[in-house]
Design a binder for this molecule. Sequence first.
Ligand code: ATP
Ligand code: MG
Length: 215
Amino acid sequence: MNSNLIRAVIMGAPGSGKGTVSARLVKTFNMHHISSGDLLRSNIEQKTELGRIADKYIKEGKLVPDVYITQCILGELDKIRTSSWLLDGFPRTPEQAEDLWQAEKIDTVINLDVPFDVIIDRLKSRWVHLPSGRVYNIGFNDPKVRGVDDITGEPLSQRPDDNPAAVRKRLEIYDACTRPLNEYFRKKGVLVTFSGRTTNEIWPNVKKYFDGKFR
Ligand code: ATP
Ligand code: MG
């Protein structure tokens, strides 16, 4: 196996910029991006068995039960044994973290630390291109044409779970279930935290860290 392969996880609250930082990492370091949220949304769209199960949890801002998501993600990782990868949105619970840790050797867990007020503003103004997962924010990261994806020209939409009630639920679950994983990965010696208000502020530090560690 190529020892230059990177196996990384990106964590942070909903709206902390995981998707945007991931896109930059994937491009710069030639990694596969596996986003659990994007995977679930495409399963819903394709009306798969998993999609049918996940749909109601996601709409309410709740977590999809561990068994389904863990099996799905570990299955995806199995398909890309020979490439570098970046996991976004998984793990989210202690059970998921433990199963992942047993199954894979993780090099780095990136933790995005963004103030709460920024996160709330972002989720309210967020528009996404569902097929690719590309994210825009009205007012600070606008598409070239309003309501249209820059790359494909296809329409943008708002995520059904970006409504105020679901956002509240997602932030609650993040605090209760996911934030504690920082401590888990810190003890394993792989956690690195990046703080800032914007992705443009955070990104240069992430890049510097990856350049130092993996190049
Ligand atoms: P953002 O996309 O802004 O980071 P988020 O982290 O809340 O926000 P996604 O990662 O796209 O959003 O996930 C959306 C929903 O998909 C979650 O609210 C949850 O219902 C489900 N989901 C995604 N990943 C997992 C997971 N690892 N375990 C359980 N449910 C998940
Ligand atoms: Mg995301």
